[in-house]
Write a protein that binds this ligand. Sequence first.
Ligand code: COA
Length: 160
Amino acid sequence: MKIAIYPGTFDPITYGHLDVIERAAEIFDRVIVTVARNTIKQPLCTEEERMTMIRDAVKKYKKVSVDCFEGLLVAYAKQKKATAIVRGLRAVSDFEYEFQMALMNRKLDGAITTVFLMPHEKYTYLNSSIVREIARFGGDISEFVPPGVQKLIEKKLIKQ
Ligand code: COA
């Protein structure tokens, strides 16, 4: 049983993340999409909201489950009996940060391998901050996120 974890902030999950999840589900027996609880980022959506949005977006993938974690990623991976950490590589600009994280995680636990997957090139320009910014200024985000995510983000921004 090959278990992979796909960690991130997912504030919110986008079609780019979903593309990576779909590719990971083709390779691994089980994929755990896990929301990072403590990052230096100040998320717009709560951890529960982010998990709910992901659950809704991945419900058609039988191999994919959703969780959250705090602390060291490799410790979480070990606890889940995962042998791989999946990360998306959109462009060369992602590489340096991802390379550093992958090597550090390998130093911390050599039994866990980072696997980089490239989402479809149509998502190269996409990230969660851009999606939040477009929504904040009243732009249409339906091309970038599933309908449930769009609804929640727009509702949250109206309340702000
Ligand atoms: N499509 C669209 N956007 C994507 C994407 C894809 N395929 N892949 C990444 N992104 C975007 C995200 O939306 C995010 O955008 P944002 O900065 O605008 O929010 C950005 O790329 C990177 O975010 P994400 O992939 O969510 O990672 P992160 O940098 O927020 O989180 C952790 C990194 C949580 C995995 C890392 O901090 C961690 O492991 N923390 C635990 C503590 C630890 O173990 N530290 C030691 C690590 S060496």
